[in-house]
Structure formats: structure tokens, C-alpha cells
Design a protein around this ligand. Structure first.
Ligand code: UP5
Ligand code: MG
Length: 193
């Protein structure tokens, strides 16, 4: 019999671009499993007995990218938990060269990356959305100081990763500055075949 490798879409874009919001909607409409690398790291930070809690806490506040071995182990644990799940939206990863190399080391040949879904949004809109959310989110990085660092990390480290995929014609760009509903409507064209 023929077992298909896990199919993966990487979802990238600036902080607050709407990756998480839209991934939840794609999951509702299609048979995808949403894995937010940031959510997995925040859960690990809060897990009693985690040896990485303090490190993750510091990295998130500073808007820095956690060493890939930690992130990849959380992603892999979740991806292999339910063998009936075969299509994954991996949200907020890979964010830099270390992430990409770690993914290739562990996953090359074991999963197919179909394309990158890129949520394109100005820094101003990104910052405004996160500051607005910060009024109630409790996220330690939804403040102006952390946001400036998150934006810098995004521009310096994550954009080059998106550009690498762009060179191979593997990026679908979405104008993420529009309303939630407008963005969702345009995402319908990405129905998996
Ligand atoms: N909102 C959403 N869409 C909107 C729209 N179209 N119009 C108006 N408002 C909209 O949305 C953000 C806010 O905007 C919400 O209030 C929403 O209602 C509103 P959300 O969908 O949460 O956006 P998202 O792009 O998911 O923003 P998020 O803050 O999650 O993005 P980040 O990429 O910055 O955060 P993430 O959780 O991925 O990572 C956080 C940190 O973890 C990183 O900075 C890093 O330190 C660490 N990290 C790693 O080290 N490695 C990883 O692999 C991943 C994370
Ligand atoms: Mg998110």
C-alpha cells in the first residue's frame, strides 16, 4: 500500500499579519491541521518541568528566534501524534536560516513542503494590530518595545527565507492588510487538490 508523506504549507508573515486568524479559517473549511510554532513554544514555556521555559520566555520577550532543535521537536511531536492527520499548516516557521536548516536536517524526505503562504502586510498595520490585541492578550511580546524587536527580526531573518522560496516559485502572496473577511475570500483559491 502507499502511504503519502505529510503535506506541509508554511505560513509566514510579520507579527500580527493575521496568520493564526486565517489558519483557523482554513482548518474549518479544509482538512488541514494548524500548528502554530509560537503557540507550541508558549505551551512549552508554561509546561511544568520544562527545561526550556526560561529560555523560551527570554527569546519571546526579546523577539528573538528560539534555537531550532527546541521548535522542531515540538513540531514533530505534534505532527506524529495523530497518524490520520496528513496535511499541516505550519504557522510562523521557518523564521530564519537556523530554522530552515533544522527542518531540512530532520524532515527532508519525510514531508513535502508544497508552498509558502505569505501574509504581506505593512509594519505599521502589524504593529497596530498587535498593540490592539495587547490590551487583552496577556502576551508578553505585544508591547511597543518587543514589537520593534519582532519587526526587526522579521525583516532581517524571516524575509530572506521567504525570498529563497520566492526564487523557486513556491510563494503565494496574500494582501493581509485587508479585512479578515476579504483575506479569507482570497484564501479560497488555495483549496488543496
Ligand atoms: N487581526 C487578524 N487579522 C486581521 C485583519 N485582517 N484585519 C484586522 N485585524 C486582524 O492576528 C493578530 C491580531 O490582529 C489579532 O488581534 C487579530 O484579531 C487581528 P493573528 O491572527 O494572531 O496574527 P499572527 O500573524 O498569527 O500574529 P502573531 O502575533 O501570532 O505573529 P508572530 O509571528 O509574531 O508570533 P508567533 O506566535 O508566531 O511567535 C511569537 C514569538 O515566538 C516570536 O517572536 C519568537 O520569539 C518565537 N518563535 C520562535 O522563536 N520560533 C518559531 O518558530 C515561532 C515563534
Ligand atoms: Mg500567530
Amino acid at each position: 500500500s502507499h502511504i503519502m508523506k505529510p503535506q506541509v504549507i508554511f505560513v509566514l508573515g510579520g507579527p500580527g499579519a493575521g496568520k493564526g486568524t486565517q489558519c483557523s479559517k482554513i482548518v474549518e473549511a479544509f482538512n488541514y491541521t494548524h500548528l502554530s510554532a509560537g503557540d507550541l513554544l508558549r505551551a512549552e514555556r508554561g509546561r511544568e518541568g520544562s527545561e526550556f521555559g526560561q529560555l523560551i520566555d527570554n527569546y519571546i520577550k526579546e523577539g528573538k528566534i528560539v534555537p531550532v532543535e527546541i521548535t522542531i521537536s515540538l513540531l514533530r511531536q505534534t505532527m506524529t501524534k495523530d497518524q490520520t492527520k496528513n496535511c499541516f499548516l505550519i504557522d510562523g516557521f521557518p523564521r530564519n536560516e537556523d530554522n530552515l536548516q533544522g527542518w531540512n536536517r530532520h524532515m527532508e524526505g519525510k514531508a513535502d513542503v508544497k508552498f509558502v503562504l505569505f501574509f504581506d502586510c505593512s509594519n505599521e498595520v502589524c504593529i497596530d494590530r498587535c498593540l490592539e490585541r495587547g490590551k487583552s492578550s496577556g502576551r508578553t511580546d505585544d508591547n511597543r518595545e518587543s514589537l520593534e524587536k519582532r519587526i526587526q527580526t522579521y525583516l532581517n531573518s524571516t524575509r530572506p527565507i521567504i525570498e529563497q522560496y520566492q526564487k523557486h516559485g513556491k510563494v503565494y502572496t496574500i494582501d493581509a492588510s485587508r479585512s479578515v473577511d476579504e483575506v479569507r475570500k482570497h484564501l479560497k483559491i488555495y483549496r488543496p487538490t
